[in-house]
Design a protein around this ligand. Structure first.
Ligand SMILES: [Zn+2]
Length: 473
């Protein structure tokens, strides 16, 4: 996610604190260091290839129906869940009931739950607005590790006034991300029952799932959504149905509206689709060109783009962007914000994290990646690293959006840039590439970052000083 402050997150955060070095300076263009192919000293430290997804990951079938009022989505979600630890329940996070989302008219209600092993279900508050922030399905018996169960939830999503949010209706566009109950499992840990904290940042944790996504919408609307090569059915009874699959999606997002679209395949075979309102601030072809360029820029040091398809929907300008697997809700025509959200396809989409416990693992890394191709002056980076706040703080440790964004995005992105300089960019980029490949499609932890940087003590020192990593590793 990138906040409503315009421009790149790192830049915005420096401006926020009164430092205008990024804006005033004219930093020299520095080409991204390509990842080297040199073997690491310890062959066990860096995987020979990117890790694949867990074969026992959840299999989730989402079915959304956008009503003709463009504000109500009725849906169902069928989940086949195979835990790696014993459990007698399934916990779902109801993101639309977050306290910062509900006042605009957003809300998610579970209408029913079914399944051979299901005893019942109910809400838990978890700091959410009514009826609650979590929905918990109780099973008849404990499910053993490796044993599967299938559960179906029916739900109704209400979508309120458009704003810089995961849900909204504005200018004939309806969008929703995290609009269905989100399976809140973390492999090796268990259920994520973290409270909502009232900040704009994400607080969810969800494993990559094998997803099928179906969206029924009024036939005049174009649907842009998570999933590979989504295509519509023929119109029937005034509606069209769009269907796609994505074998490694932690969550899904949808935007339906009178979009014009443009699409192109990258040299690496990624299909990029860009959608924007006709006569809007950015033509679909311009948005497409920017997205294709951002992918190339980031692939140069992060390795191949994680998904088969990337879809970008340009929403009215509410001043930010929100990342979803293979899908970006781009709520501003800013190129810097777009690069940040594309970087999230690696950091959040592929390398997952608990966005409540370790928000820096996606936000500091996306802010860093956004800055690598054109780094700010060293002086500005140093002053950002010296700021207050622990980069590695959890979401409940920040008093508001301002200290959160300052520490996690601004100081965090700067600390990673400073660590890169301290270690030497080629060595640092190679270590991050190893971290990305080793933790792909899992939920990473700060310990994974520390392990990848173990041979680069100068980089670790910077991150310890910034409160990102613990001194004892
Ligand atoms: Zn972000």
């Amino acid at each position: 996610m990138t906040g409503r402050r315009s421009g790149g997150a790192l830049l915005a955060v420096l401006l926020l604190s009164g430092c205008t070095s990024f804006a005033d300076g004219d930093p020299p263009r520095v080409d991204a260091a390509p990842a080297t192919t040199q073997a690491p000293a310890d062959p066990t430290a860096c995987p020979a290839e990117r890790a694949g997804p867990d074969p026992d990951r959840p299999v989730i079938d989402y079915d959304f129906r956008l009503a003709d009022d463009l504000r109500t989505v009725t849906g169902s979600e069928t989940v086949v869940f195979t835990p790696d630890l014993p459990t007698d329940e399934l916990v779902f996070r109801l993101v639309p009931n977050a306290p910062e989302s509900a006042p605009a008219g957003n809300g998610l209600v579970v209408d029913g739950v079914r399944g051979d092993d299901v005893r019942g279900g109910g809400y838990e508050a978890a700091g959410g607005a009514g009826p609650g922030g979590l929905y918990v399905v109780q099973l008849d018996d404990e499910l053993a590790a490796g044993e599967s169960t299938e559960v179906r939830l029916d739900f109704t999503l209400s979508i309120g006034e458009g704003g810089f949010e995961r849900f909204g209706v504005a200018e004939g566009i309806t969008w929703w991300g995290s609009g269905a109950p989100l399976l809140a499992w973390e492999t090796g840990v268990g259920w994520a029952r973290d409270p909502f904290v009232g900040l704009t940042g994400e607080t969810a944790s969800s494993e990559a799932a094998d997803v099928t996504l179906t969206v029924s919408a009024p036939e005049q609307l174009t649907v842009l959504m998570t999933g590979a090569r989504a295509r519509p059915s023929e119109p029937r009874d005034g509606r069209r149905t769009w269907r796609a699959t994505e074998p490694v999606a932690r969550d899904v997002a949808v935007a339906a509206g009178p979009f014009g679209t443009a699409e192109q395949e990258t040299p690496g075979g990624v299909l990029v689709r860009a959608g924007a309102l006709v006569d809007g601030e950015l033509e679909p072809a311009e948005l497409l060109d920017q997205t294709v360029a951002a992918i190339a820029e980031l692939e140069a040091f992060l390795g191949p783009f994680p998904y088969e398809t990337l879809t970008v929907a340009l929403l009215p300008d509410f001043g930010g962007g929100i990342e979803y697997p293979g899908m970006i809700l781009e709520a501003t025509p800013s190129r810097d914000v777009l690069v940040h959200e594309v970087a999230h396809m690696w950091f959040y989409g592929m390398v997952g994290n608990s966005q409540f416990r370790d928000p820096w693992l996606d936000e500091a890394f996306a802010t860093w990646a956004e800055a690598v191709p054109d780094p700010p002056p060293a002086r500005a980076v140093e002053s950002a690293v010296d700021r207050e706040g622990d980069v590695g703080g959890s979401m409940d440790q920040f008093a508001g959006d301002r200290p959160y964004v300052s520490a996690v995005y601004g100081k965090g992105g700067a600390a990673l840039l400073a660590a890169r300089e301290a270690a030497g960019p080629p060595a640092f980029d190679e270590a991050i590439r190893c971290y990305v490949d080793a933790t792909a499609w899992s939920i990473a932890t700060p310990e994974d970052v520390a392990a990848a940087l173990a041979d680069l003590p100068a980089a670790v020192d910077v991150l310890v000083r910034a409160g990102a990593l613990d001194a004892d590793g």
